[in-house]
Design a protein around this ligand. Structure first.
Ligand SMILES: NC(=O)c1ccc[n+]([C@@H]2O[C@H](COP(=O)([O-])OP(=O)(O)OC[C@H]3O[C@@H](n4cnc5c(N)ncnc54)[C@H](OP(=O)(O)O)[C@@H]3O)[C@@H](O)[C@H]2O)c1
Length: 261
């Protein structure tokens, strides 16, 4: 698995990580999925209190292998007291430390950043970031990116959602920010049907999901893509996309055409 710096001078993280929305929001455990991710080298894991049971399920799955992972999670509330509760819970879940703590969907950004900076000073938070899923919030995201208070952003990017190419990715590069890609498979929509093996042959990948992940990771401004799956074998399949060779312009255009077909 290739690793890249999460922002200029930042920690090295796996280029294929694992999201947890819906897939880890289960009452019991999903240890097989988390173990598959660690074993395959997809050690960047992303969660949020918005995802129901996912933070707890992830912590349970990591177990005594927590230090092998780079844990990213989020604060998601307009309320200061609730934010403190969310942070206390997550920091306990992950052995006293969250490696990347993000403001989810820019909810209460300035107050949430105040808290995260305090926790960073106490050594309980490694790095601070911000996320948003919607291009309608990209002006606000740009403002936060320029504030100097975050070192990473999380945004959607796939052949059907390319709005970040206009201003967000160039600005992230200029500022030296890490870029985490949510929804690399279009939230599952892009993988509901797949092109034929013949169509995929020029791309040198085995599966359509791998083509979509390589599409994103072939842009050097991207640090890590975080596909989510409830199935251990797909976690392994996705992790296999985290190695060069990366796509050139022609291969990326082919993926766009196949996604459009
Ligand atoms: N605002 C935010 O901060 C925000 C918003 C959205 C997402 N996120 C983060 O980004 C992560 C990824 O986004 P996402 O979960 O929305 O979408 P995604 O990763 O693009 O797609 C997930 C879907 O793809 C399927 N899938 C995964 N691997 C596959 C494969 N190899 N072959 C076929 N199907 C496959 C999964 O189904 P199966 O379970 O059946 O495999 C699941 O339904 C989230 O989990 C979350 O951590 C953050």
């Amino acid at each position: 698995m290739e690793t890249r710096e999460l922002g200029a001078g930042g920690p090295e993280v796996s280029v294929v990580g694992m999201g947890t929305w819906q897939t880890l929001d289960v009452a019991g455990g999903r240890d097989d999925v988390v173990t598959a991710a660690l074993d395959a080298g997809s050690t960047f894991v992303d969660s949020s209190p918005m995802y129901g049971e996912a933070e707890r399920t992830l912590a349970q799955g990591l177990g005594d292998r927590r230090d092998e992972a780079f844990v990213a999670t989020k604060l998601w509330t307009p309320d200061d007291a609730e934010a403190r509760r969310q942070a206390k819970r997550a920091i306990e879940f992950y052995g006293g430390r969250v490696d990347l703590y993000q403001v989810h969907n820019l909810v209460g950004t300035n107050q949430r950043l105040d808290l995260l900076e305090l926790l960073r000073d106490e050594g309980k938070v490694g790095h601070i970031g911000a996320t948003h899923y919607s291009p309608s919030a990209f002006d606000e995201l740009e403002h936060v990116m320029r504030s100097g208070r975050i070192s990473a952003i999380q945004i959607p990017y796939n052949p059907d959602e390319r709005e970040v190419e206009a201003r967000i990715l160039p600005l992230a590069e200029q500022l030296g920010l890490g870029v985490i890609v949510m929804r690399p498979l279009g939230g599952g929509r892009l993988v509901r049907s797949a092109p034929s093996a013949q169509d995929l042959a020029p791309l040198g990948v085995e599966t359509w999901a791998q083509a979509l992940l390589k599409y994103v990771l072939s842009d050097p401004r991207i640090t890590v893509a975080i596909p989510a799956s409830s199935k251990a074998h797909r976690i392994v399949e996705n992790a296999e996309a985290g190695e060069p060779p990366w796509f050139g312009a022609d291969e990326r255009k082919l993926v766009e055409r196949l996604a459009d077909a």
